[in-house]
Design a protein around this ligand. Structure first.
Ligand SMILES: NC(=O)c1ccc[n+]([C@@H]2O[C@H](COP(=O)([O-])OP(=O)(O)OC[C@H]3O[C@@H](n4cnc5c(N)ncnc54)[C@H](OP(=O)(O)O)[C@@H]3O)[C@@H](O)[C@H]2O)c1
Length: 298
């Protein structure tokens, strides 16, 4: 497969690395997409079989940034995917876009509380609204897939990895969520591209996990010295640690099965991920990152 990726950030590069390793031809485009013509230029140059959008705006240091940078956020998360989709439609190229499961807040109205792909979302903050607006428009196209992920947990240390994030916080909220194991996500994305999956897909591992369970396993497998202080979800905003409350939710992934795509149950996948993560940290020889940031590629 020849895949053109827009977005040379954490997930774009992570997918590229794995797909190249599997023998696919992958181009991570250096183009800053600000128009349909920019996206068309990338497509005309490389003539890919599929385009993958991993470009977007998450805010620095976190999504609270989006509250004060509305225009940049809408441009990056709503307008940008539509520009790329426009180019792909013109050239009849399949387009897969990374969406976010953080468009849902709290429990769904279903008896099991899980949100389905066809459920209308209830986003409140600017980041979630900007992502959902793109989903609504993109889901109307043929030959376009939207792969919603949540809280990526990665076997490779990285600042974008939820493991690294919660380990770095002295105070952590103990919330329960659907999450995405990155090793599984990369494989699911590849299958979605090969099968040209259309519409919205929840790319989350079956089951839910609490932050406390992640850190208990981290303590057992990676670092027995690690400690943190537990706070409530409400404390996050009350104590000024976040500007707006975060999305916590449970997602049902029903549409992947239509294409014969499966993901490992979260408890099984998390242990495997932390074992690999521990090995990656042990084998890291980089003097700059103290074995933690993965910058030496281990
Ligand atoms: N990581 C998560 O926790 C998570 C969870 C759910 C969904 N997602 C979604 O997954 C996507 C990728 O996330 P990520 O973690 O890989 O974020 P990331 O590391 O910030 O990467 C995003 C990349 O997109 C680039 N970009 C922004 N605007 C662009 C444009 N107009 N043209 C080309 N590139 C542009 C950014 O470049 P600059 O940095 O130079 O601006 C950055 O390299 C985002 O859409 C995000 O909403 C991520």
């Amino acid at each position: 497969m020849k895949i053109l990726i827009f977005g040379a950030g954490y997930l774009g590069n992570r997918c590229a690395e794995e797909w190249i390793h599997e023998g696919h031809e992958v181009i991570v485009s250096p183009i800053r997409v600000q128009s349909v013509e920019d996206a068309l230029r990338g497509i005309h140059t490389h003539k890919p079989e599929a385009v993958f959008n991993a470009a977007g705006v998450k805010g620095t240091p976190n999504v609270d940034w989006c509250e004060d940078h509305v225009l940049e956020t809408i441009r990056g998360n709503t307008v940008l995917p539509l520009l790329i989709a426009d180019a792909c439609q013109q050239e009849n190229v399949y387009f897969l876009h990374i969406g976010s499961g953080c468009v849902y807040y709290g429990d769904s109205s279903h008896a099991d509380k899980l949100w389905r792909e066809h459920d209308h979302a209830n986003p409140s903050v600017v980041y979630s609204r900007s992502k959902y607006a793109a989903d609504l428009a993109l889901a109307t196209f043929k030959n376009v897939g939207i792969a919603r992920i949540r809280m990526p947990l990665d076997s490779k240390p990285s600042p974008g990895n939820l493991i690294d994030k919660i380990v770095s916080y002295p105070e952590v909220i103990d919330v329960e969520n659907s999450v995405t194991i990155v090793d599984d996500m990369v494989e699911v994305f590849r299958q979605l591209i090969e099968k040209k999956g259309e519409g919205i897909f929840h790319v989350t591992n079956p089951g839910t996990i609490r932050h406390r369970e992640i850190l208990d396993l981290y303590h057992e497998i990676v670092d027995p010295e690690h400690t943190c202080h537990w706070i409530t979800n409400e404390d996050l905003v009350k104590r000024g640690l976040a500007k707006k409350g975060r999305s916590n939710n449970f997602l049902a992934s029903e549409r992947l099965a239509e294409l014969g795509i499966t993901m490992r149950p979260i408890k099984e996948a998390l242990r495997d991920t932390l074992e690999k993560y521990a090995r990656a940290k042990q084998s890291c020889r980089c003097e700059d990152c103290d074995g933690g940031c993965g910058c030496c590629g281990s």
